[in-house]
Design a protein. Structure first.
Length: 172
């Protein structure tokens, strides 16, 4: 059974995950309109992942005797200026989400809800991977500079970019 404090914190995180999905969806649409098909596909995929993160939280709250609440969402921005700025915003957004997850974990410890604390460790590991991925992409963008050929290759290859994280299940 969830305490009211943990239930509220989980519902707040449900909203964060839903809004994250919307942010990535907006980024995907922007990239698609700019002819950056690879970046668009990368963002569409990440939008879907964020929605799955939200659904996992909803099911958890409801299974633990709480009531997951679906709320209205803040509209994401629709203009990003450049693909470099878009990925910088993605990185900053992932840091924001990590901070939110850390606050949620803190609440579970204060409330001595060790089951929810354990459940949230997946999100903690996921955020380590998401931040590492965003940093890797920003490093690649810095290498490109203003080279149009580099942008073409980056756009083509970004769909395949992944990071082997220290927190991943495969380890080593």
């Amino acid at each position: 059974m969830l305490t009211k404090q943990v239930e509220k914190a989980l519902n707040d995180q449900i909203r964060v995950e839903a809004e994250s999905s919307q942010v990535y969806l907006s980024m995907a649409s922007w990239a698609e309109v700019k002819g950056l098909e690879g970046i668009a596909q990368f963002m569409y995929k990440h939008s879907d992942e964020e929605r799955m993160h939200m659904l996992k939280l909803i099911k958890y709250v409801n299974e633990r005797g709480g009531h997951a609440i679906v709320t209205d969402l803040s509209a994401p921005k629709t203009e990003y200026g450049s693909f470099q700025k878009l990925f910088q915003e993605l990185y900053e957004h992932e840091i924001f989400v990590s901070n939110q997850i850390n606050e949620l974990v803190h609440v579970t410890l204060q409330e001595k809800d060790y089951a929810t604390h354990n459940f949230l460790q997946w999100y903690v590991a996921e955020q380590i991977e998401e931040e590492a991925l965003a940093r890797t992409i920003l490093d690649k963008i810095k290498l490109i500079g203003n080279d149009k050929g580099g942008l073409y290759l980056f756009d083509r290859d970004v769909q395949q970019i992944t990071v082997d994280s220290a927190a991943s299940d495969t380890g080593v």
